[in-house]
Ligand binder design. Structure first.
Ligand code: UDP
Ligand code: MG
Length: 207
């Protein structure tokens, strides 16, 4: 087996173990909380590479992979794609990229995602950037963003909110208990949210 990042990990079994030292920030928050928008700003100002789990899954559908139909059906239902599929995509993206700083956006989405990622890659996040936003605001944004996404309809949006509350919030609670969460008020305008984000990434202003 190849070298893994965290030596506490004794059972890394991924087909492509990550063999370089990387810094990972998980970017979490409900659907429409502004993760993708703010990640683009962070990339520009702080030199991270942005890996959106949702974008990687959508690219996998487009590529015509054998998992494509399964992934497409899960996304349409707002369900969480099996960990091994998402983790393999993230692992490959980290491995193929020359950078050593990554924003992982929209993952882990449940406790099983979280535990499997740590186990397989040996990576623990430096911290978790959590975009906190009321559901009414997120719903409004999703319904008006027109990105042509099959899951931005009211029926799927309701399902995504339910999965977020039931499965994703516990992941944020887990990292809170480890004092790794940097919470951002995400209901404000984009530039105000980015000011708060900047403070987190600027050495004197947080982590
Ligand atoms: N998804 C998943 N696992 C992930 C990330 C995304 O299964 O780690 C699926 C899930 O069905 C989700 C959809 O992809 O509802 C869209 O995720 P994305 O992060 O793009 O959008 P968000 O819900 O954050 O707006
Ligand atoms: Mg997104």
């Amino acid at each position: 087996m190849g070298t893994v990042v965290d030596s506490t990990n004794k059972e890394a079994t991924g087909s492509l173990p990550i063999n370089k030292k990387v810094k990972v920030v998980f970017v979490l928050g409900g659907p429409g909380s502004g993760k993708g928008t703010q990640c683009a700003n962070i990339v520009e100002h702080f030199g991270y590479t942005h890996l959106s789990a949702g974008d990687l899954l959508r690219a996998e559908i487009k590529s015509g992979s054998e998992n494509g139909t399964m992934i497409q059906n899960m996304i349409k239902e707002g369900k969480i794609v099996p960990s091994e599929v998402t983790i393999a995509l993230l692992q490959r993206a980290i491995q193929e990229n020359g950078n050593d700083k990554f924003l992982i956006d929209g993952f882990p989405r449940n406790e099983e995602n979280r535990a499997a990622f740590e186990r397989v890659t040996g990576i623990q996040p430096d911290f978790v950037l959590f975009f906190d936003c009321p559901e009414e605001e997120m719903e409004k944004r999703l319904l008006s963003r027109n990105q042509g996404r099959e899951d931005d309809n009211i029926e799927t949006i309701r399902k995504r909110f339910k999965v977020y509350m039931e499965s994703s919030l516990p992941v944020i609670e887990y990292y809170k208990s480890k004092e790794k969460v940097q919470k951002i008020d995400a209901a404000k305008p984009v530039n105000e949210v980015f000011n708060a984000v900047k403070a987190v990434f600027t050495p004197s202003g947080g982590k």
